[in-house]
Design a protein around this ligand. Structure first.
Ligand SMILES: Cc1cc2nc3c(=O)[nH]c(=O)nc-3n(C[C@H](O)[C@H](O)[C@H](O)COP(=O)(O)OP(=O)(O)OC[C@H]3O[C@@H](n4cnc5c(N)ncnc54)[C@H](O)[C@@H]3O)c2cc1C
Length: 434
């Protein structure tokens, strides 16, 4: 591809699961030079939420490569084989794999691929008319024909939250190890992360004196799952979704939220039983479940935090906590390193990069200078974009686009799916094929 000896074809910024999938599928492609950069010293996957017993929300077969290239050596099953674990893993009959083991798998791929470079942050990226120039925090400049932006989302923090030891985002939970014994703790956010933090807090030998779980949703809601629901996590749906007008896409993603943001039934059951036990058998009267409450304001008051809550009819309530944990989700924003290109890039309301065909960011540069946006397509590519289901598919699509070659037969075979999305996408009936 590239003829300049110092220049590469594709540079990846960030090594989370998404760019790692791109690196794994690119490994061994004879005509493509790639390099992926990660600021952390070694691979980790949300270490602040890596509870011992948390499990994957997606199948281990939806790994970095298998959905498009099951013969690729960087699949989860090969990880088990190479680590001598295959038979023992199968005999365990796990319904779903633990996040700890899946992280081990990801770290094994990241540590094995020669294209992955750690302890190297990309400071800024510019385009010089010929190629992208990526400057690292080690003072080097890397030149690339195309870039893949896989820097991940950032924690969403409610405006005015008094961040510090008494108030922090859930993504830091295990790293901060807050002192909670005998204290007043509030967890804000009724999704899976909030539930997992609640489980951890309630499982402590000496737990909080008071524990409030606050959620804006009118009730705690379970994840919608099953074959029919998972049809929206297929390439067939993704294609139909891309053809819809932007406002319809936004509405559908909102409608489909509980297929990705609800509580997994096993977590919800375990949490409910623990709350029951604490309340009735341990006579703990300090546990308050507060769905339907919006946090209007968080105010630091001498080491503690005052929370002003509002319910559905507008009534206000005030509570105090010594520790507030924000399980308030993540936001997709323009990464700082793209600041030099900001005026040339199209972004969406909220800051995500606007994507066109083949996950290319819409910008005013030439067609042969592609910027690929990973995890920026929730609105445009569908609700599956921020999770693993279609990750390998996206990587294969990008690799075909950047090389201009047909590399992955799976992308060009039949992908009918059971739901006829073309008809439902055009606003008429939705039909299950016979
Ligand atoms: C707790 C948790 C559990 C999840 N579980 C599942 C699940 O079971 N199944 C599923 O499908 N999805 C799951 N998800 C959703 C999704 O798969 C993850 O959020 C995933 O990590 C997204 O991958 P990513 O590569 O986009 O970003 P990230 O994993 O956030 O990785 C981005 C990386 O880029 C690096 N970086 C950022 N800026 C720079 C820079 N300038 N230079 C160099 N490096 C940089 C960061 O250090 C980071 O390592 C989960 C999410 C969370 C929070």
């Amino acid at each position: 591809m590239t003829h300049d000896r110092d220049s590469i074809d594709l540079a990846g910024i960030g090594i989370g699961p998404f760019n790692l999938s791109l690196a794994a599928l690119a490994d061994g492609l004879p005509d493509l030079t790639t390099r992926f950069f990660e600021r952390k010293r070694a691979f980790s996957w949300h270490p602040g939420l890596a509870f011992d017993d948390s499990t994957m929300q997606t199948s281990y077969l939806k790994d970095l490569v298998t959905p498009v290239q099951p013969t690729n050596r960087w699949g989860f099953l090969n990880f088990l084989v190479e680590h001598g674990r295959f038979y023992d893993f199968m005999a365990a009959r796990f319904d779903t794999v633990s996040r700890r083991e899946f992280t081990e798998y990801l770290a094994w791929v990241a540590g094995s691929l020669p294209s992955c470079r750690f302890a190297t942050a990309i400071r800024d990226v510019d385009y010089d008319g010929q190629a992208f120039r990526l400057r690292t925090d080690r003072g080097e400049t890397v030149t690339a024909r195309a870039i893949a932006v896989g820097t991940g989302p950032v924690p969403h923090v409610p405006e005015g939250a008094p961040l510090g030891p008494a108030c922090f985002h859930g993504v830091e939970y295990l790293e901060r190890m807050p002192q909670i014994a005998g204290r007043r703790v509030a967890v804000i956010g009724g999704g899976q992360t909030g539930a997992e933090i609640m489980l951890d807090l309630l499982g402590k030998v000496v737990g909080p004196a008071a524990l409030s779980w606050i959620s804006r949703r009118s009730a705690f809601s379970a994840l919608q799952e099953g074959g029919l629901i998972d049809q929206i996590y297929t390439p067939a749906y993704g294609k139909a979704h891309q053809r819809l007008p932007a406002e319809v896409q936004s509405r559908l993603v909102e409608d489909q939220k509980l297929s990705s943001d609800g509580l997994t039934p096993s977590t919800a059951d375990a949490l409910y039983r623990l709350i029951y036990q604490r309340r009735y058998l341990d006579c703990h009267n300090g546990i308050a479940l507060r769905p339907g409450q919006t946090v209007k304001e968080l105010r630091g008051t001498g080491g503690a935090v005052q929370l002003i809550l509002q319910d559905a009819i507008g009534a206000l309530d005030v509570i105090h906590a010594d520790v507030v944990i924000l399980a308030t989700g993540f936001r997709t924003v323009l990464p700082d390193c793209l600041e030099p290109l900001r005026d040339r890039l199209e972004t969406e309301k909220g800051g995500a990069l606007q994507l066109g065909a083949a996950y290319r960011v819409v910008w005013d540069g030439p067609d042969d200078a592609a910027i690929y946006g990973l995890n920026h397509g929730r609105r445009s590519y569908g609700i599956g974009d921020p999770q693993l289901s279609l990750t390998a598919w996206r990587s294969a699509t990008i690799l075909e686009d950047v090389t201009g070659q047909r590399l992955f037969p799976a992308l060009h075979g039949p992908q009918g799916g059971l739901v006829d999305w073309t008809r439902s996408a055009s606003g008429r009936e939705m039909r299950i094929s016979a």
